[in-house]
Design a protein around this ligand. Structure first.
Ligand code: ATP
Ligand code: MG
Length: 136
């Protein structure tokens, strides 16, 4: 079995999409093994997105991600990382198929409501960063 780090971004929380997003993972058959609502610091978010630090949108991304609380979650089940990414849709919501979370609920890359780990090793790193206290 596999675990992935899924995070509802501040706009997803503010728009009231937390329940809808959790329901999709539950109904698909994934198991929730950790969850918390938290206001992340810029330093913490810079670590989370450290691979993107050279990008022109990096400062805007950190500001967006620090603009309100996020819902940090770990979901567990078969092929969770790849299936989670498929459920999210593409980075650019306009390239996301209807039926995906981004394809159904947003239209801006800079306000794309949800994060999902892109590989098993990044999932491990992200879970350790967001849940240093461990899982359930
Ligand atoms: P995430 O890591 O948040 O799940 P992703 O893996 O689909 O998204 P990344 O390339 O890792 O995409 O980019 C991280 C986030 O940075 C994107 O989800 C988006 O919010 C933001 N981002 C990416 N590219 C751009 C861009 N060109 N302009 C503005 N924001 C961007
Ligand atoms: Mg990414």
């Amino acid at each position: 079995t596999e675990q992935t780090y899924i995070m509802i971004k501040p706009d997803g929380v503010q728009r009231g999409l937390v329940g809808e997003i959790i329901a999709r993972f539950e109904k698909r058959g994934y198991k929730l093994v950790a969850m918390k609502l938290m206001q992340a610091s810029k330093e913490h978010l810079e670590k989370h997105y450290e691979d993107l630090s050279s990008k022109g949108f990096f400062n805007g991304l950190i500001k967006y991600m620090a603009s309100g609380p996020v819902v940090a979650m770990v979901w567990e089940g078969k092929d969770a990382v790849k299936q989670g990414r498929a459920m999210l849709g593409a980075t650019n919501p306009l390239a996301s198929a209807p039926g995906t979370i981004r394809g159904d609920y947003c239209i801006d890359t800079g306000r794309n409501i949800i994060h999902g780990s892109d590989a098993v090793d990044s999932a491990k790193k992200e879970i350790a960063l967001w849940f240093p206290e461990g899982l359930c």
